[in-house]
Design a protein around this ligand. Sequence first.
Ligand code: ZN
Length: 172
Amino acid sequence: MDDETTRHDQYDELVEQVAERRAHELTAHQRSCAACRARLADLADLWHGVDAVGAEDVETPAGLPDRVISRPHGRNHVDVVIDEIGGRTTVSSTVLSLIATSAIVHVPGLVRVHSVDVRADAFALAVTLNLQRPLHDVADAIRAAAAAELWRLTGIVPPPLDIHVRAVDTAN
Ligand SMILES: [Zn+2]
């Protein structure tokens, strides 16, 4: 059942709620579901960190950027390591996934983000797309939006972004 009061919130829905600063506006489901409230609170905590990064001026570094994605410590644990004069900044895969998801939630033709897998050699997204638009056009738009936002907020040039179209929606 897709009933709004019994269905658990999807990852992208929670990200959008947090990114649009509506984390305090609980839905009927969230008021009655401790699990979804907890996920929402976790994402809101993470988002404070993302906001702090975004508030800084982002300048194109002189010379080659020395921002690299470190070796994975495990399948789902990759940090971006930003070596700067004065210290090292690391950004977790969870935050990278948040940034990428929030950047693409409004791409026309994207219906749902099922998962974001951040790896050192590629980011992998599983999505549902709307069949009213060519799938490859939507995929290109997703890649462009995610890459631009990752660059703006972290200074990294993202690795290839693999998109797995898991399902399609034929509704207008
Ligand atoms: Zn729930």
